[in-house]
Design a protein around this ligand. Structure first.
Ligand code: XMP
Length: 507
């Protein structure tokens, strides 16, 4: 049985980060809404309560019956989690005089406390709260303080119950990993047996059992998630897996053939479908970004469905859904919202059962699994690319000629990033074809041609992003090369907007 830590989500923005940090300790964990604790699951060995946007005394605050878990598992409350446990046991939580936000140093520490083993006084922690614990309940003891926050950490005497008002999961908390390790390993007794290799071994065995001799069809996109899902399924059921890779005509230059070759080398049973004519004709004259997306989404389902129906006896649809897509997120009213699947609508339409072998993994774990499976590095470290592809990077209507211009410019930019060793330093990059023409001069001739925008961003999850501060010399080289070799482009700009308020894609 795979032992696990449960992270009860009270709605904090850093809940997922707690999960990732625990997994980095090779300890399996699951994030569940605060009101969905898996009481009958025997594999739970410890509980972490997350932060929350609410104050404990807020009427709408998310609350649990602490007694249902207290004494049964070691518990660590983080920020709101710590305040909540103090509050419901008779402590006082009040608005802080000044919001406690940002770096702070632990000035006094009880280093004999198992939660704080190996953490030195002076360690930096990250605070982010508007409330603070001003008095602890009877029998709760302070085990660490900062200058501003007397109750930086506490323990209930004689119990495996701790609270910290800072955020150990945030990378700025330099002692955060040590603290989480102390909790997960020393206190909860976690065996740290979660690794890419162990995941592959157990998942392949499970898939064999679950699927037996059934046939599975899976849509490949060229992206890391669907590719790793396919290789994993291939390892489990071999030729009973058929993959379909649809070219909607809006892929990058040579991408369809290059990626198809990669897949074949990996031994996948893959059907490549060139459906570009269908998509070009359906998209002709369409300028509205949402309409473009809808046409491509619907067209993709039609092509996929048609191909899948040519196969006999398929029972399952494989998908590369990953953990962040599956975590039930909390709305502010406390109801849970399921997030969307990659290829919405497909399973219903095709009447297939869903098989999602990566649904427990964070993105960095998907990459680790891909490496462990021997997949080539360029497939694993690929930048994200939107499903509708270059269609949302051509502003205005789409024609094969515009796609070709954009493919050439994009190829120069991406190849340049690789040549300059910058590709892995940015989260995502691409070129946007603008619906403007501008005057230029080439040789003795006046030109009136298109403008493109280069876009490169740094990010950790695409929720927020900053424009990448690429070297001027690099930008100059790319700009020259595009203008000199891509016919129809005479001006290159660089997008320096961050997200928010802009988005990564222009449409
Ligand atoms: P935005 O533009 O919203 O993009 O900042 C965030 C991330 O999502 C990708 N993206 C998409 N991916 N289908 C996808 O599969 C889409 O329609 C789509 N739109 C945006 C975008 O490339 C970025 O990584």
């Amino acid at each position: 049985m795979q032992e696990k830590i449960i992270i009860l989500d009270f709605g904090s923005q850093t809940t997922q980060l707690i999960g990732r940090r625990v997994r980095e300790l090779n300890m399996y964990c699951e994030i569940v809404p605060y009101n969905k604790f898996p009481h009958s699951d025997p594999s739970v060995i410890g509980v972490i309560l997350s932060g929350s946007p609410f104050s404990v005394y807020d009427e709408k605050a998310f609350k649990i019956e602490l007694d249902t878990i207290r004494g049964k598992y070691p518990i660590l409350g983080i920020c709101y989690g710590a305040q909540f446990m103090a509050y419901v046991n008779g402590g006082t939580v009040e608005p802080a005089n000044s919001r406690e936000y940002g770096r702070a140093l632990l000035t006094t520490i009880d280093t004999t406390n198992p939660l704080l083993k190996g953490i030195e006084p002076g360690s930096q922690v990250w605070m982010s709260h508007g409330d603070t614990i001003t008095s602890l309940p009877e029998g709760f003891n302070i085990i660490a303080s900062t200058e501003q926050v007397p109750v930086a950490a506490y323990q209930a005497q004689g119990e495996k119950l701790w609270g910290v008002q800072f955020h150990p999961e945030v990378y700025h908390s330099t002692c955060g990993t040590q603290l989480l390790r102390n909790f997960v390993v020393d206190i909860c007794g976690g065996k740290q047996d979660w690794s890419a290799a162990s995941f592959i071994e157990s998942t392949v065995a499970q898939l064999k059992q679950q699927l037996g001799d059934d046939k599975v069809v899976l849509g490949l996109s060229g992206g890391v998630d669907s590719s790793v899902a396919a290789v994993l399924l291939n390892k489990a059921i071999g030729k009973n897996l058929t993959c379909i890779f649809v070219d909607h005509g809006m892929l990058r230059k040579n991408e369809f053939t290059d990626v198809l070759r990669d897949y074949e080398v990996l031994g996948l049973n893959v059907i490549g479908v060139d459906a570009s004519r269908k998509f070009f004709s359906e998209l002709a004259g369409v300028t509205d970004p949402e309409k473009k997306r809808k046409i491509i989404g619907k067209g993709f389902i039609e092509v996929f469905d048609e191909e899948a129906h040519k196969l006999s006896d398929v029972k399952w649809l494989g998908q590369g859904t990953i953990y962040p897509d599956c975590i039930e997120s909390l709305s502010i009213t406390g109801t849970t919202i399921k997030s969307h699947h990659n290829v919405g609508g497909l399973p219903e339409k095709m009447n297939l059962k869903l098989c999602e072998p990566l649904r427990l993994l964070f993105k960095d774990e998907v990459r680790a699994v891909g490496r462990e499976l021997g997949m080539p590095e360029h497939l694993i470290t690929r930048h994200p690319f939107p499903g509708p592809g270059l269609a949302v990077r051509i502003l205005g209507d789409i024609t094969p000629e515009k796609v070709q211009i954009l493919q050439e410019a994009d190829h120069i930019f991406i190849q340049g990033l690789r040549d300059w060793g910058l590709y892995d330093k940015v989260w995502q990059a691409g070129v946007i074809l603008l619906p403007v023409q501008s005057v230029g001069v080439m040789g003795d001739e006046r030109t009136y041609e298109r403008a493109v925008a280069l876009r490169a961003v740094t990010s950790t999850d695409a929720m927020t992003a900053d424009w990448a501060h690429l070297p001027y010399d690099f930008l100059a080289e790319v700009s020259n090369k595009i203008i000199n070799t891509v016919r129809g482009v005479n001006r290159v700009t660089y997008d320096i907007s961050s997200k928010p308020p802009a988005t990564i894609e222009w449409e």
